[in-house]
Design a protein around this ligand. Structure first.
Ligand code: KG4
Ligand code: ZN
Length: 335
């Protein structure tokens, strides 16, 4: 069964064809990162206009790369939330139009759930029950998975998402946008020395990253940092210490939750899961297997949407033509 996935929730216009929920036939991603980097973050109006320009050629390329046409497809899966309303609308309306024109079922996919499903696209398949840590630009969620579509939240961030904290800290340190990959690259080989505050929130599986972000912003002000292509050793130490502290909290809480719930596996997901220190630390500290998608499937893509759509289709979860965008859609709420 071949499914076309469409993803436009944020600043990536993406389309992919995936067979039987596991084999990627094509995976096309058009990133707007350069367009937004001059503003230091995503401008929603600019993002939705760019999606409108990109969506048709990106879908055409996904079909051409997969060497399929409409008659070979079994369904169209599209992200309908959470995300930016104007961006989601472009993908959802495009998906409705082609599904109607080609006589195919339409499947509405939760973007966060899709991030978890990126783990089904790797060589080792997930096993239930599992705990998943979803760390992206907009979300930090720890969830328990007991079967397909059986998701319950254990914890989430009470303030900034992990990726958001990376982005804000990189900006405060004059390192640029997007912060996660920039901090990772700039701090390669650096041993952090600063002790930054870690929020453990005892007795809860929730996270908080605003305290550490504010601490770094204050220290950056003291260091009188200006935007520079050649950051000082003090800036790099601060960035590396921040990365270390965030990874420490994410890994400690995830491994503890997995132990508490006696699960078989930990599944990492979302853009921050591309981070090398996070990947290495969680594999080292977890007593149970950890699945992590390859880099390109951690950040936003449509293969994960097609994969998630496949498992929804197997459960008969087909959307009506009234499928709407839900910018605040939470995990486990997609019926
Ligand atoms: O999942 P994603 O591509 O988009 C959202 O759904 O938000 O995640 C984007 C976030 C950004 O905040 C970005 O800075 C972060 O993921 N990110 C990273 C890395 N690559 C992307 N954070 C840390 N290390 C990375 N290598
Ligand atoms: Zn995402």
């Amino acid at each position: 069964m071949k499914i076309l996935g469409i993803e436009t929730s944020c600043d990536e216009t993406a389309a992919a064809v995936v067979e039987d929920g596991t084999e990627i036939l094509s995976n096309v991603i058009s990133s707007q990162v350069e367009l937004h980097s001059r503003y230091g973050g995503i401008v929603p109006e600019v993002a939705s206009r760019q999606h409108l320009l990109s969506i048709t050629p990106i879908v055409e390329k996904a079909l051409a790369d997969a060497k399929v046409d409409a008659k070979d497809l079994s369904a169209i899966a599209v992200t309908h939330g959470p995300g930016l309303a104007g961006s989601l609308l472009v993908g959802v309306n495009f998906a409705k139009a082609v599904a109607l024109a080609w006589g195919l079922p339409l499947i509405g996919v939760n973007h966060l759930e899709a991030h978890i499903y990126a783990n089904w696209l790797g060589p080792d398949k997930p096993e239930f029950p599992a705990v998943s840590l979803i760390v992206s630009g907009g979300h930090t969620e720890l969830v328990l998975l007991q079967g397909h579509g059986e998701i319950s939240r254990l914890g989430r961030t009470r303030d900034d998402a992990a990726g958001e904290a990376f982005d804000k800290v990189a900006r405060a340190l004059g390192l640029g946008y997007p912060g996660g990959p920039i901090i990772e690259k700039a701090t390669q080989g650096i041993t952090p020395t600063r002790r930054l505050p870690r929020a453990w929130i005892r007795g809860s599986d929730d996270f908080s990253f605003s305290g550490i972000k504010t601490a770094v912003v204050r220290l950056a002000e003291e260091l009188k940092i200006s935007s520079s292509t050649n950051p000082s050793p003090a800036v790099l130490d601060l960035a590396a210490s921040f990365q270390q502290a965030v990874v420490d909290v994410l890994v400690t809480k995830t491994v503890a939750a997995a132990g508490k719930h006696g699960v078989n596996q930990i599944l990492l997901a979302g853009g921050v899961a591309a981070n090398k220190l996070l990947r290495e630390t969680i594999v080292r500290r977890s007593p149970i297997p950890v699945l992590i998608p390859v880099h390109i499937l951690c950040t936003d893509n449509a293969a994960m949407v097609a994969c998630c759509g496949y498992f929804r289709l197997l459960q008969g979860k087909i959307a009506g033509w009234d499928l709407d965008v839900v910018p605040g859609l939470s995990l486990g709420s997609s019926k």
